[in-house]
Design a protein around this ligand. Structure first.
Ligand SMILES: *Cc1c(COP(=O)(O)O)cnc(C)c1O
Length: 380
């Protein structure tokens, strides 16, 4: 039984009629830019999360970078994040001109170690960028308290934690700006690149909109495209073009209807893995008290990682190495001079992790099969 890591075509076929209708609606409207789909999706996405403002952007990477720019972060500033994640977090910080400062993670949740965070704060620190790794939220309330005590902003990388909760509250309203990715492989996958920021602060929302949309208000752009005599340019900030497009927004509006079901499917699969791997030599992911995991990734740890991955591959089972090796040992960051051994918890996890297939393209029998092969592979 082959178990693919992803299967976008299968998920498309399951919703083909609705998706095709949505795409055609946009194409036939002729409004490929500054139409109604993006604002409608922003409203629906904010409502789903219980947040006040959603600003869509072109990717999760863009969400992180625009969030930092909206907070005015740049050269001379330090932003604290973790190393066991996508390059997007570290790159977003450096591309603003600020300095990235990594701290180690906690062994169980593999998210930011709050004691290490406190120790890394300097007079130059401006913001904290926790990552809700694999769908497990960081200790956001403790990080919020530290940030408030030191006057720092929080830009949360929730790109793989859509729908995760702490004490029943969804991520998205705790940080100053919470960033999401709608890359095809994420919980809510577009058919291309897409992302969003959530914030409770109306001024920040407006800054996010302007910076991601050519430095003008979106209402001005919409008015220009609505017909009549176009207004002249009015740029209030520097701007980039990092927007969600109308076709992707229309697709995401269809897929948002399935998000609760797909989260439930992921949670059922994670329970099945935990049952199937109980008592084995495989370390299964742990979930903190009061946390509901969003299970974008089901990442186990084993001692003989590469051999185990090979055995899974031989059995037709797809795996991933998200995210390893960690950022502080990547060639691009060699200028920072951080040697292996700097972040022992991060490095141990990154050297042992294997991402297993999970998601709505799979059924529970496939999960059982992966667990069975993995149990046997990790026996030695
Ligand atoms: C996917 C991802 C990103 C980047 O999102 P894109 O939409 O691919 O740019 C950032 N952070 C994490 C943790 C991610 O998994």
């Amino acid at each position: 039984m082959a178990v693919p890591f992803y299967d976008h075509a299968k998920l498309y076929r399951a919703r083909k009629r609705e998706i095709d209708t949505a795409i055609q609606r946009v194409l036939e409207s002729g409004r490929l830019d500054w139409g109604d789909e993006v604002p409608a999706f922003e409203q629906e996405f904010a409502a789903w999360n219980g947040a006040s403002h959603a600003v869509t952007v072109g990717s999760g990477t863009a969400a992180l970078k625009i969030a930092l720019l909206a907070l005015g972060i740049g050269p001379g500033d330090e932003v604290i994040t973790v190393s066991n994640t996508d390059i997007a977090s570290s790159s977003a910080i450096r591309l603003t001109g600020a300095t990235v400062v990594w701290v180690d993670v906690e062994p169980e949740s593999r998210t930011m170690d709050v004691n290490a965070l406190e120790g890394a704060i300097t007079p130059r620190t401006r913001a904290i960028m926790p990552v809700d790794l694999f769908g497990h939220p960081a200790r956001l309330h403790e990080i919020r308290a530290i940030a408030d005590r030191h006057g720092l902003a929080i830009v949360e990388d929730a790109c793989i934690a859509l729908g995760a909760t702490i004490a029943g509250q969804k991520v998205g309203t705790i940080a100053d700006i919470t960033c999401f990715s709608f890359a095809p492989t994420k919980h809510l996958g577009a058919y291309g690149s897409a992302g969003a920021c959530l914030t409770e602060n109306a001024d920040l929302a407006e800054r996010l909109r302007k910076i991601s949309g050519y430095g003008q208000t979106r209402s001005r752009h919409r008015a220009i495209h609505a017909g009549g005599i176009p207004q002249g340019l009015h740029h209030e900030t520097d701007g980039t073009n990092e927007r969600l497009d109308e076709v992707q927004a229309a697709i995401l509006r269809v897929k948002l209807n399935d998000l609760d079901d797909t989260l439930a499917a992921r949670r059922a699969q994670a329970r099945r893995y935990a049952d199937g791997l109980q008592g084995s030599l495989v370390d299964v992911p742990k979930v903190a008290d009061h946390v509901e995991h969003a299970w974008r990734n089901y990442v186990v740890e084993v001692s003989d990682r590469d051999a185990v991955r090979q055995r899974l591959a031989d059995a037709g089972i797809g795996t991933s190495l998200s995210y390893a090796p960690p950022m502080h040992v990547q060639p691009v960051y060699a200028d920072m001079g951080l040697k292996p051994g700097t972040f022992p918890v991060t490095e141990r996890s990154c050297s042992r992790l294997i991402g297993l297939p999970i998601g709505p393209h799979l059924d529970l029998e496939q999960i059982d099969e992966v667990a069975r092969v993995l149990r046997e592979s990790a026996r030695a």
